[in-house]
Ligand binder design. Structure first.
Ligand SMILES: NC(=O)c1ccc[n+]([C@@H]2O[C@H](COP(=O)([O-])OP(=O)(O)OC[C@H]3O[C@@H](n4cnc5c(N)ncnc54)[C@H](OP(=O)(O)O)[C@@H]3O)[C@@H](O)[C@H]2O)c1
Length: 253
């Protein structure tokens, strides 16, 4: 089915060498895309990723860029040497896990800069590289839709990210560019492991999900793949929730 085919496409995945971004980069590259996977400062993860890619024989190039700086945004643009970008996946994020009364404007400014401001700068920067049929997919989270413990800074940034994507989707549909959001449930990544109560969160998430487990990174990556393909042409400005049914269910059996 050619509508699902993304072979020969050029994709840029931010935060693309570890965690969910790694799974997205590998998914798109295994499907035949040339993937440019950006990272910020985790050299160890980037090196591991490079070895994995070399062993798999897929086309996945890594590059370092701090998206909080204009030179980092420029580096993303310049990385696309072919001058044509078919898919931008904005997966980078940062966070400060504190209750609102312990947050400062500085915390908010940093989180919002990486999670929303840099996405805006990058999307506008690479827009001239995108032809009709190109896609933008941003990664959000549950906190965009409801209050989550110690998640005020991140959740509010993700809410803004989704609103911005809806606006982009409407404004850029006329250019033939599709913009959508994927909002995963809790994922087993380094970020989760670093939280002091990570196992409690995993148990709670699994208990609230009809699947009785967390969704996997690959399950989320496959939805991103779909949104990067022509098969998703009719989906415009939507947020696709991939949380195993937690959002739509309150069943206890
Ligand atoms: N983990 C979860 O439970 C969960 C649940 C729902 C949604 N999400 C979302 O899924 C996405 C991936 O989450 P994750 O847990 O895999 O990873 P993460 O810890 O949130 O980090 C994502 C990536 O962002 C990059 N990054 C951070 N600051 C940056 C900057 N200034 N410039 C460029 N890149 C920067 C990091 O680069 P380095 O590798 O160099 O550090 C990292 O690869 C995020 O958008 C997150 O909000 C996560």
């Amino acid at each position: 089915m050619k509508e699902f085919d993304i072979s020969g496409k050029v994709a840029l995945v931010t935060g693309g060498t570890r965690g969910l971004g790694r799974s997205i980069s590998l998914q798109l590259a295994r499907a035949g895309a040339t993937v440019h996977a950006g990272y910020f400062n985790n050299e160890t993860a980037a090196e591991t990723f490079r070895k994995e890619v070399a062993e798999a024989g897929i086309r996945c190039l890594t590059f370092k860029a701090n998206l909080m700086t204009s030179s980092g945004i420029q580096a993303c643009h310049d990385q696309i040497a072919s001058g044509r970008l078919d898919a931008l996946v904005y997966n980078s994020a940062t966070g400060v896990h504190k209750p609102l009364h312990d947050l400062t404007q500085r915390h908010l400014a940093t989180v919002w800069q990486v999670n929303v401001g840099a996405f805006f700068d990058l999307a506008v920067k690479v827009l001239p590289l995108m032809q009709p049929g190109a896609r933008i997919v941003a990664i959000s989270s549950e906190g965009a839709h409801r209050a989550v413990d110690h998640y005020g800074a991140i959740g509010s940034s993700k809410g803004a990210l989704e609103a911005l994507c809806r606006q982009m989707a409407a404004e850029w549909a006329g250019r033939g560019i599709g913009v959508n959001v994927v909002a995963p449930g809790l994922l087993r990544t380094d970020t989760l492991a670093a939280l002091p109560d990570s196992e409690r969160r995993v148990q709670a998430e699994a208990a609230q999900s009809p699947l009785r487990r967390l969704v996997s990174l690959d399950e989320v990556a496959r939805v991103v793949h779909f949104l990067c393909s022509a098969a998703s042409d009719g989906i415009v400005g939507e947020t696709i929730v991939v949380d195993g049914g937690k959002r739509v269910s309150s069943l206890s059996v």
